[in-house]
Design a protein around this ligand. Structure first.
Ligand code: IDC
Length: 340
């Protein structure tokens, strides 16, 4: 009898375990999600109204989502099941495609073939997001190239091509320069942005465009002194919770107070290096501020690289269908936060 009970208990535990392990398609909460509308069906074409990102009816929306790591580094995470897992299991509404311009097979520094490969990855990613009703950000990920004017010509050709291709898509958002740095001034970014905005607008009158700000997209307070007058423009603010604390929240608050529409297109729980300590306490403080002001935000990064900003455990080789236990400390925090 005792043995029988033990076997029954073991079987029950096994069944429970299998249920929690099974692919997104059979998770209990997924049925509700599947019946519910996709993010795109919920909000429609996004616009900017005053300081807010708003839905097609003009109501403020706050999107939360995940950024890929560099597309050249981790192309394997661009697959439909990965994006579906993020939508259905994590509650993500937007995916950001980080395409480095200079580092490691960057768009501007790699071969012609590499350029083609990156464009076809973006094509696939946009198609998956469109099929899943997810918003998607095409991110011109400048970093070591510091000033967006370094590859202005290439950027202009790139955005012309993208905007032409995706003009009919209601879910595509353009981020024209990830993080200007190395002393690049707002006036220089503004002049670059003006060209990109004109180029995109020639193809697509409405898409939301996110403009990077000086000092690794942190000087939103400076951008707020001279923003664009044209419609549907937002400004990037980035933070890494372990490094950036109160003083940076004050900078963001100053921009909010000035009425600047801010999009946190990248944040991490780690240090600014992408590695080192994770601070959940500071991450909580940041999210409180973002939630209060309905500021959209995107977590860095969807990979299993052995660094603390990666959302997947370095030992986990799965490229979709992750269980909570497959996630890093930062990954678990992002997952729990987005599911709320
Ligand atoms: C980091 C990656 C790391 C990669 C490095 C390249 O996490 O694996 O080797 O870029 O230089 C940013 C950037 C983002 C950085 C991230 C962490 O937008 O590209 O990714 N970070 O350093 N701004 C602040 C932090």
């Amino acid at each position: 009898m005792k043995q029988l009970k033990k076997t029954a208990a073991m079987l029950l535990a096994l069944a429970l375990c299998l249920t929690s392990m099974c692919a997104p398609a059979c998770a209990p909460e997924t049925a509700a999600y599947a019946a519910a509308k996709t993010p795109l069906q919920r909000y429609g074409r996004l616009k900017v109204s005053g300081a807010h990102l708003v839905n097609s009816k003009g109501k403020a929306v706050q999107l939360k989502g995940v950024s890929t790591h560099g597309l050249s580094w981790y192309p394997q995470y661009v697959n439909k099941k990965a994006f579906q897992t993020l939508r259905d299991k994590w509650g993500a509404e937007v995916i950001r495609l980080a395409m480095y311009t200079a580092e490691y097979n960057g768009y501007c520094t790699g071969s012609a073939q590499n350029k083609k490969d990156l464009e076809s990855l973006i094509d696939k990613a946009v198609a998956y997001c469109s099929q899943l009703g997810l918003y998607v950000i095409i991110d011109w990920h400048i970093l070591s190239d510091g000033n967006p004017n370094t590859y202005k010509k290439e950027a202009n050709a790139f955005f012309r091509k993208m905007a032409k291709k995706y003009a009919s898509h209601k879910n595509v958002i353009y981020e024209i320069c990830n993080e200007p740095n190395g002393g690049t001034q707002w006036a220089q970014i503004r002049s670059y942005a003006k060209t990109m905005i004109n180029t995109i607008r020639k193809q697509d009158k409405n898409a939301v465009i996110i403009v990077g700000t000086p000092t690794w997209s942190q000087d939103v307070d400076i951008a707020a002194q001279n923003p664009f007058k044209s419609k549907n423009i937002m400004y990037a603010f980035h933070y890494y919770a372990s490094t950036h604390t109160d003083a940076y929240r004050q900078k963001l608050q100053a921009a909010i107070n000035a009425g600047l529409p801010v999009f946190v297109s990248e944040y991490g729980l780690s240090e600014a290096s992408g590695n080192g300590a994770v601070s959940k306490t500071e991450a909580d403080k940041w999210m409180k501020l973002l939630d209060k002001n309905k500021i959209s935000c995107i977590a860095w990064n969807l990979s299993n690289k052995a660094e603390t900003s990666s959302l997947i455990n370095s030992g986990c080789a799965k490229t979709y269908g992750w269980k909570r236990s497959d996630l890093s400390e930062a990954g678990k925090w992002v997952y729990d936060m987005m599911r709320k």
